[in-house]
Design a protein around this ligand. Structure first.
Ligand code: PHE
Length: 449
């Protein structure tokens, strides 16, 4: 119990790593296509409201739980429940989070594998002169090849667990210190490019001109679910990162910075992508294929498209990598802290489990595409929906209820260390607003609303 734990070197590395966890495929792949599918600005505005009202308070909550516990999420929830004199069953919140992380990485790694493949394709000049038909058939052909998908998935799992195996300082911290600043730099270059050759006006109009008639219940719910996914909330990734955080760092301020960075990157990438899409008169509502089918056409037609295409997919790969690390850190930390296995061995174990699950995801795009699991969905969609719309919000709900209703007020206040007024506002949100918002999603999902 009292074994010495690693800590981040300083608060900047914690912020970089947590921003690294938050900024990922969710921002660059999912957010733009969800915006496209859900009618643009309506979705963006609701998403921003969800981040502010539920995302930031929950991020503070999760970091607070982790830092107070100083343990992995399972043992951490157990210890905190003991401290609060409540049931030890709270540890199941940690268990669910750990499982969610493993399940998410299974499909996350496959998509990240597509990204790696597209880095190579872009570099080979495959986008040049691409039209809609060729782009779609190249993508379909790639998805139809289990071997190719599996190879890229294997590489990405290796990259992820390779970092996690090296531990908090030499692994997580070091990777984020290199990848995150590179990511920001590439983003600025791409933004400048898209500003000079893309249709910036149309992109801004699409994303920010409010049209409240488009705010449908479905848009609200996908925005709320996405707020969780995008900020990495509800599964213990932020909790385990918080457990490596030193005592004196302000949780409120860092949470706000991280949420801002995450949101800003989503918006900027969205603007950059849509500016290129509109300049080429392409469709914004293409769905998951937006960056794989639509964007290559834009790059293929534009000046410096090859270089910029490579940079874009490298950016996405870096973002995915720093998020993937945080998906398995709770599991690896838990095994390492509870068994005789070394961190390296634990990383191997989780790596193999995720590799196998990922192979099932790979096959769901070709040989197994007719297999239906939950809600009549295929393997990939089942994993995505089960984790994003059920497990993460449920985890977030439990954490909010635990911190708001069960923990001693004095402990929470001591950990957060904010002004009494801010504390009251936070507590109100975590006790009422966040749980109600989450319960609303669930009721809607089960068709009761
Ligand atoms: N936030 C990451 C993204 O936007 C995904 C993620 C979810 C990472 C949950 C960790 C935990 O891509």
């Amino acid at each position: 119990m009292s074994q010495a734990r690693s800590h981040w070197s300083n608060r900047w590395t914690f912020m970089l790593a947590t921003a690294g966890s938050a900024i990922g495929l969710g921002n660059i792949w999912k957010f733009p296509y969800m915006t496209g599918v859900n009618g643009g600005s309506a979705f963006v505005l609701v998403f921003l409201a969800c981040i502010a009202m539920v995302g930031i308070p929950l991020m503070m909550c999760e970091i607070m739980l982790g830092r107070r516990a100083q343990r992995n999420p399972i043992d951490g929830m157990h210890a905190l429940a003991q401290e609060a004199g409540s049931s030890r069953h709270w540890k199941w919140v940690g268990v669910m989070g750990l499982v969610a992380g493993i399940l998410i990485l299974a499909f996350y790694s496959v998509i990240a594998g597509w990204i790696l493949h597209y880095v190579v394709e872009a570099a080979r000049g495959s986008f040049i002169g691409m039209d809609g038909e060729r782009s779609a058939s190249a993508f379909q052909q790639f998805l139809a090849s289990p071997l190719e998908l599996a190879v890229w998935h294997t590489i990405f799992i290796g990259m992820t667990l390779g970092v996690v195996a090296r531990g908090v300082n030499a692994g997580l911290e070091q990777a984020n210190k290199i990848l995150m600043p590179s990511l920001f730099a590439i983003l600025l270059v791409l933004l400048g490019y898209s500003m000079s050759v893309g249709d910036f006006q149309a992109a801004l109009h699409f994303m920010f001109t409010p049209d409240f008639s488009k705010v449908t219940p479905t848009a609200v719910l996908s925005a709320l679910g996405h707020a969780f996914f995008s900020l990495s909330l509800g599964m213990g990734a932020v909790m385990v990162y918080g457990s490596y955080l030193q005592r004196h760092v302000s949780i409120a301020r860092t949470s706000i910075y991280i949420a801002l960075a995450d949101t800003l990157v989503g918006l900027l990438v969205g603007i950059a992508i849509f500016a290129l899409v509109f300049a080429n008169h392409l469709e914004p509502g293409a769905g998951p294929g937006l960056i794989f089918q639509t964007l290559p056409i834009a790059f293929g037609r534009m000046p410096m498209g090859t270089v910029m295409g490579v940079l874009f997919f490298v950016l996405v790969a870096f973002a995915a990598w720093t998020s993937a690390i945080s998906l398995v850190e709770p599991a690896v930390a838990w095994i390492t802290e509870n068994s005789r296995l070394t961190r390296k061995q634990s990383a191997w174990l989780i790596g193999i489990a995720d590799w196998l699950l990922g192979i099932a995801v790979v096959l769901s795009f070709n040989l197994w595409q007719d297999i239906r699991l939950l809600f009549g969905l295929g393997i990939f969609d089942t994993l995505d929906k089960l984790t994003t719309t059920i497990m993460l919000p449920l985890g977030g709900l439990c954490m909010a209820v635990f911190a708001g209703w069960y923990m001693k007020t004095s402990h929470v206040a001591e950990e957060l260390d904010i002004s009494p007024l801010a504390y009251r506002a936070w507590r109100f949100t975590i006790r009422y607003i966040s749980p109600l918002a989450i319960v609303a999603i669930f009721l809607y999902l089960t068709g009761l609303l």
